[in-house]
Structure formats: C-alpha cells, structure tokens
Ligand binder design. Sequence first.
Ligand code: SIN
Length: 318
Amino acid sequence: MVDSNSRQKIVVLGTGGTIAGRSALVNDNISYDAAQIDIESLTHDIQGLKSHLDGYKLDFEQVAQVDSKDMNFAIWEALARRVVQRLAEPDVRGIVVTHGTDTIEETAYFLRSVVCADKPVVLTCAMRPASALSPDGPQNLLDAFSVVMDANACGVVVVCAGVVHAAEHVQKIHPYRLDAFSSGDAGPLAWIEEGRVRWSLTQMPMYLTSRDALTLPDSGSWPQVEIVLNHVGATGKVVDSLLNAGIDGLVVACTGNGTVSDALMVSLQRAMSQGVKVVRSSRCVLGRVIPVAGALIPDSRGLSPVKARVALMLSLMD
Ligand code: SIN
C-alpha cells in the first residue's frame, strides 16, 4: 500500500486537439489548426500554476499530436500503455491527458475499458485554440490538476468547463460553446469551483475494465466494427456494402427505443447469419434503449453508438 502523500508527480500526456491549436488571428476560434503546440509549452503561460499545484511536479510526455477527428487505434494502444505504465509509478499521483473535444468521449471510454485505474486519469480539452484572445484550455488544465490532486478522485474522467464527467456518460453536445459536454440523464460526477472539487457523489464509482491495456493485440488487427444509422427511408444498402467489404461487428444507431426500418432489419439479420455481431444503441441524445428479454439484437446497455462501438470491438478481440 503506497502512502498517497508520497505521490508527488502529475504526468501530463499530450495528444493534440484544439487545446494545442493555433490560429493566425486571436479572434478566430474556427479557422485554426489543432495540435500545433507541444504539451509542455501549453502550461508555460498559466498564471498561478505553481501555487495551484501546491508542490506537485508536472512530468510531460507527447504521446501524439493530432486533431482528434483523426484519432486512431495505434495512438489508443500507445496511450493506454503509457497510462498503465505511468500509473504504476509509486510517486505518480495521477495522469492528465490533453485531447481534442471531437472524440474525447471515445478515448475516455476506451481507457476506462482497458485501464484498471485506482488513481485519477483526467482527460481535458478546449473549445478555443491556445492562441485565442481568451482561451479556455488553461482553466481546463488547472481544473484537471485539481481533480488529480483531490483525495476522492480515481478512474477515468473528462473535465471541461468546470465540470467532471464520467467516461461512460460524457458526450459532446455542442460544436461551439465552451461548455460543450453533457453527461445526459446521469448528470456530472462533480464540479470544480475555485480549485475545489465538489462531488455529486461521496465517492467516485469504481469501474470494471473489460480488457487489460498491456495484453491488447496489435492495433493493426483490431476487429472492424462500423456504425450504421436508422433514418427515414433507411435501406440495408450500407450494411450490405459493409458485409461485402468484410466486417466483424455493427452498431446500429437506432431510432427511439432501438427500432430499425424493416428493410434495414433484413440486412442486419443477413449480417448476423454471416457471423457479424450486431448491437442496438439509440440515436436519441438522452436515455437508453430499454432492455427486452429475448430481443433478437442485444442493446448497448446504455452506451451511445460511438461507445457501443468501442465496447463491441473490445469484446470481439481474441
Ligand atoms: C479536435 O477534436 O482535435 C479538434 C476540435 C477540438 O479539440 O475542439
């Protein structure tokens, strides 16, 4: 048992995103390049950082430098390994991962699924580039450090705009607002107020991982799982094309409580008869597909389509 007072280091892993973005004009928060500034430089100009850290040292690593629309399995594999390795160091208090907002929820859910984190792993981001007149990244970083330093924190969470979200529930719900994330019906885990973390629960939930990051197969051989959408006039053509191309699993972003058009259902059944695993999620932003005993296609147990895809992919690994 390690004395938590001996954990004096916070590891900061950079992966890119708008938080590391730069634009030509300080008042341009749209036409900028994400993933430009190295992770250590992001903290250089944060006023009050030293006193905020209260003696904790930061240890930086650039794991990747991408716009998160281009996040990929190879980076996920490398990131998960580094998270596991760094968490195992006795003097590490926890980890902050900087990430683009666009797919942070998928990376958070992936890490939560493959890392048994008894220390905090806090993903954070920004909606404005670092070069903006009033960037949100520095405050989000300070908030992420506050969560790592909090005595009750553990597990994989996402911090943005003063709110702590569970990896399981967080979703980007707005393309522009600084407060772009929601935990939906579940609500936030906590709020960060002037450096203090106010938990909505007395204790962080302990998550059960489904895979061990250190025994994942090579990322080049991860199962091929795609997402298809039910919508007005949905045919099964997309599914049929995917079957021809070769896939291992399909997540359906269903209408409402897990429904699909008759035509799409025919193709899904064909896919299942060929050994493709199919899972139903809902395209509704809130709530979940209500489980029904004996349903032909299993539901995603409350996971959004993109997270159901991660869960199905992990479950299909040898
Ligand atoms: C990205 O996801 O990398 C770009 C968008 C953002 O971080 O807000």
